[in-house]
Design a protein around this ligand. Structure first.
Ligand SMILES: [Zn+2]
Length: 185
């Protein structure tokens, strides 16, 4: 499992491993936590007490003094994996769902015609539909979009980037994802 790291004001910063989280606990860097402890890590024997050190890792930790992330003000970086996850692995033209290997990043306004490589100009399409559309605009190809692109906010981006997201983490992140997001469908 991964731990969701927040800054002290509660903004998501990163997914980190339980080992990385343990380092933050051990250096007294955790300001507050959310959720029930989800893993217990055992360290070495403490010289003073002779007891084995023990760190309970929570699914969500806010880190003391963490600098508010610049990512908060920027659109999240675009990647195929996140784009396909945003679009629920469904081709925007034929509406079928596909394995990620059979999906492509389709530029609504083709790159060859100045279309940007951005969240708002990119949509998920299967290889067949992408090939059929070619370097045409959707209306020229008589292919209409079954859903629209949008820019995910930071919380949604963390969900799209997550690997195995625990229920506590999902609840926390989803609460700040707009109702218009497809993650609520
Ligand atoms: Zn298709």
């Amino acid at each position: 499992m991964d731990v969701l790291q927040l800054d002290v004001s509660g903004r998501p910063q990163a997914w980190i491993t339980t080992r990385e989280a343990a380092v933050i606990y051990a250096s007294d860097g955790v300001a507050w936590t959310l959720g029930e402890p989800c893993q217990v890590l055992r360290g070495g024997l403490q010289r003073r007490t002779g007891l084995q050190s023990r760190i309970e890792v929570h699914p969500i930790i806010a880190v003391r003094g963490a600098v508010p992330s610049r990512a908060w003000r920027q659109a999240p970086a675009l990647s195929n994996n996140k784009l396909f996850a945003r679009d629920r692995f469904i081709c925007a033209y034929c509406g079928h769902s596909f394995h990620p290997d059979d999906l492509t990043r389709e530029h609504i306004q083709p790159s060859s015609r100045g279309g940007a490589d951005s969240w708002m100009n990119c949509i998920t399409a299967c290889r067949g539909c992408n090939g059929r559309k070619g370097s045409r605009m959707p209306e020229e190809a008589h292919m209409s979009l079954l859903y629209l692109p949008y820019v995910p906010n930071l919380h949604e981006d963390m969900i799209l980037r997550g690997r195995r997201i625990l229920a506590d983490q999902m609840d926390f992140l989803l609460a700040c994802v707009p109702r218009s997001s497809r993650l609520h469908d």
